[in-house]
Design a binder for this molecule. Structure first.
Ligand code: NDP
Length: 284
């Protein structure tokens, strides 16, 4: 059996430290505040937003959930973002995606002030990540890197293969691995002979959204396998990796659920606390 990279346990450890940071900041007069904006009635978004607000409450972060109707116009949403950008009690702003199709997601995420962009999806945050400058790193990729560091392995020089090239997972995780001096390959739906590429990986990241698509034939003996996928099947949540089959080959593997998911929310809390600490320092 491989070693389990347990995101739930790691997130719980981080939680204790985060709670102390929130308490220290609150005692100095700045209570970290996160505004979460949801537009429309996507059921998965409702669960994600509720979980984020619950975690804020656990840590003592002030959270504000702004739920707008599906008919909200882009202009109305941009006006709300503008108001939140100006509000000194709000340190982090998160717009839950997806937005209804009549709203341009990029225009909205780009409107969030970079110092409040705790999801890291705005163009300034993305540009900072690309060029190795300071900025908020998207939560799921940041959580993946934390999990990888738990293995204690030296990442430099390792062959990392990322399957999936989305702006929120695949591309940023590839950039983070590059910054750790991995040799990175990004795969996508047009990649030819995927298994031949993934079998070379010392570190394999699956971020596709297809249940159990990566099996034993895709994995090298002794690889570290991070499964980002969340697929809802009648039998429950499953990842993009066939956990049972791959467990015989991998040295380390994340479970689904309980792997990357809890780390995503932990990193959102961390980014929010960082944003509040930076705002507090500016006021001194
Ligand atoms: P997207 O749908 O945005 O991207 C999927 C990527 O997979 C695309 O780049 C696509 O390629 C690629 N792909 C699709 N089919 C294949 C294939 N047959 N072979 C190789 N690549 C393929 O998804 P996200 O990045 O947003 O999410 C990926 C998964 O991660 C989902 O299950 C999502 O639910 C989960 N997720 C989990 C999070 C967590 O906290 N655990 C957070 C965010 C996402 P192309 O670009 O060519 O279309």
């Amino acid at each position: 059996m491989p070693n389990l990279l347990n995101g739930k346990t790691l997130a719980a450890t981080l939680r204790a430290e985060q709670k102390q940071r929130v308490e220290a900041l609150t005692a100095k007069g700045t209570t970290p505040g996160l505004a979460v904006v949801r537009v429309g009635d996507d059921p998965a978004s409702e669960v994600y937003v509720r979980n984020k607000a619950k975690m804020c409450q656990t840590l003592g972060i002030r959270s504000e959930v702004l739920h707008l109707p599906a008919e909200t116009t882009e202009e109305e949403l941009l006006a709300l973002i503008d108001r939140l950008n100006q509000d000194p009690a709000v340190h982090g702003i998160l717009v839950q995606l997806p937005l209804p199709p009549h709203i341009n997601e990029a225009r909205v995420t780009d409107a969030i002030a970079p110092q409040k962009d705790v999801d890291g999806f705005g163009k300034e945050s993305m540009g900072a990540l690309l060029s190795g400058k300071e900025g908020f790193v998207p939560c799921t990729p940041k959580g993946i890197l934390r999990l990888l560091k738990e293995t204690g392995l030296d990442l430099a020089g390792k062959k990392a293969v990322v399957v999936g090239r989305s702006n929120i997972v695949g591309k940023p995780v590839a950039l983070l691995l590059l910054a750790e001096h991995c040799t990175v390959t990004l795969c996508h739906s047009k990649t030819k002979d995927l298994a031949a590429v993934t079998k070379e990986a010392d570190i394999l990241i699956a971020a596709v959204g297809r249940p159990r698509m990566l099996g034993a034939d895709h994995v090298k003996e002794g690889a570290v396998v991070i499964d980002v996928g969340i697929n809802r099947l009648p039998e429950g949540l499953v990842g993009d990796v066939d956990f049972e089959a791959v467990s015989d080959k991998a040295a380390w593997i994340t479970p689904v659920p309980g792997g990357v998911g809890p780390m995503t929310i932990a990193m959102l809390m961390e980014n929010t606390i960082e944003a509040a600490e930076a705002a507090h320092a500016l006021r001194q």
